[in-house]
Design a protein around this ligand. Structure first.
Ligand code: F6P
Length: 324
C-alpha cells in the first residue's frame, strides 16, 4: 500500500440530507486511521480554485443532525474539460493531497472516475443523492429523508384534497429516475404514479380517471419530474382539457425535498459508508464507490456505477398498481 498522509473530502452535485454525517465519518475515521483530512469546498470548483481547508475532529462536531453540507457543493462544468482537471490535480499536488473521497451522485462520479484514471489518483465515492439512482447500491444518502419529507407533505395535501374532492398532481424530484415517486407514492397510498422508467402511463391514468375517479372523493397522482410528458403541470393541463369537470390542482414539492434533518437511517448509512471509504483507502482500493446491498457494505468500480443503469423495483411498481 502506498503511504497516504493527506486525504481530501468533497461534496458535489445536488446536496442531500446526510452528507454532513458522511463528512463527519470520513474526518473522524480518517483521523483515527492516522490521516490528515482536508475539506475541499464547493465540490470540484473548490478543487480547481484550491479552496481547501484542514478539517479537525472538532470541525465536524455538532453537524450529524444538519441537512445541507458544511463543505458546500456545486455542479462544475469546468471539471469536465481536460484543462479543468489538470488545474484541479495541480492543486491537489500543491496541498499534498494523495487521495480524495467524493460524496455525490452520477455526474460527480463520472468526473471522479476520469480524473482517477488520468492522474492515477485514488478516489473513493460515497453515494449521496436524494434520487437513489446509482447502480450498485440499494440506498443513496438522502433518499430516505427525502421520502419522509414527501410523505409528510403529501399527507397534508391529502387532507385538503379529500375535503374538496379534488385530484392533486404532486410533482417530486427525479429528473431521470422515479425512485422517490414510486416509493413515496406507495407510502402515501397514491392513486397514480408516473415515472420516467415506465412508458404509456398517461393512458393508464386516463383509464383510471374514466373508471374510478368520479366515484372517489379525491386522488393523489405522484409525478416524477422527469416522466415522459414533462412533469405535473403538463399532465394536469392535458387531463384538465380532456376532463373539464374534474377539480384539479398541482403541487410541485421542489427543493424542500433536498433539505431538512436527516433520518436516523440516513445518518447511520452515511456514517457506515464514510468509515468504509477510509477502510477502502487503507486497503489500497482505487476508483470505487462504497455501496450498501442487503445491509452490507460493498465496493463497486466507479466506472461501472456510472455506466450501468439502476432500474426501479418492478415488484413495487406492480404493487402500486394492485393497491390503487
Ligand atoms: O440530482 C438531485 C436532484 O435533486 C434531481 O432530483 C433534480 O432534478 C436536480 O437535482 C435539481 O438540481 P438543481 O438543484 O441544480 O436545480
Amino acid at each position: 500500500m502506498e503511504e497516504f498522509k493527506k486525504i481530501g473530502v468533497l461534496t458535489s452535485g445536488g446536496d442531500a440530507p446526510g452528507m454532513n454525517a458522511a463528512i463527519r465519518a470520513v474526518v473522524r475515521a480518517g483521523i483515527h486511521a492516522g490521516f490528515e483530512v482536508y475539506g475541499i469546498r464547493r465540490g470540484y470548483m473548490g478543487m480547481i480554485e484550491g479552496d481547501i481547508i484542514p478539517l479537525t475532529s472538532q470541525a465536524v462536531s455538532g453537524i450529524i443532525q444538519n441537512g445541507g453540507t458544511i463543505l458546500q457543493t456545486a455542479r462544475c462544468k469546468e471539471f469536465f474539460t481536460p484543462e479543468g482537471r489538470k488545474t484541479a490535480y495541480d492543486q491537489l499536488v500543491k496541498f499534498g493531497i494523495q487521495a480524495v473521497i467524493v460524496i455525490g451522485g452520477d455526474g460527480s462520479f463520472t468526473g471522479a472516475s476520469i480524473i482517477s484514471r488520468e492522474y492515477d489518483i485514488p478516489i473513493i465515492g460515497i453515494p449521496g443523492t436524494i434520487d437513489n439512482d446509482l447502480f450498485g447500491t440499494d440506498y443513496t444518502i438522502g433518499y430516505d429523508t427525502a421520502l419522509n419529507t414527501v410523505v409528510e407533505a403529501v399527507d397534508k395535501i391529502r387532507d385538503t384534497a379529500s375535503s374538496h374532492g379534488r385530484i392533486f398532481f404532486v410533482e417530486v424530484m427525479g429528473n431521470e429516475a422515479g425512485f422517490v415517486a414510486l416509493r413515496s407514492g406507495i407510502a402515501c397510498g397514491a392513486e397514480g404514479i408516473l415515472i420516467p422508467e415506465e412508458k404509456g402511463q398517461l393512458d393508464r391514468l386516463r383509464k383510471y380517471l374514466a373508471e374510478r375517479a368520479r366515484q372517489k372523493k379525491s386522488s393523489i397522482i405522484m409525478v416524477a419530474e422527469g416522466e415522459e410528458e414533462g412533469g405535473a403541470m403538463t399532465i394536469a393541463s392535458i387531463i384538465k382539457r380532456e376532463y373539464p369537470e374534474l377539480d384539479i390542482r398541482t403541487t410541485i414539492l421542489g427543493h424542500i425535498q433536498r433539505g431538512g434533518s436527516p433520518t436516523a437511517f440516513d445518518r447511520v448509512s452515511a456514517s457506515r459508508m464514510g468509515a468504509a471509504a477510509i477502510e477502502a483507502l487503507i486497503d489500497d482500493q482505487k476508483s470505487i464507490m462504497i455501496g450498501i446491498v442487503n445491509s452490507e457494505i460493498v465496493h463497486v468500480p466507479l466506472n461501472k456505477t456510472v455506466k450501468m443503469h439502476k432500474d426501479v423495483n418492478r415488484d413495487l411498481l406492480k404493487l402500486a398498481e394492485i393497491l390503487v
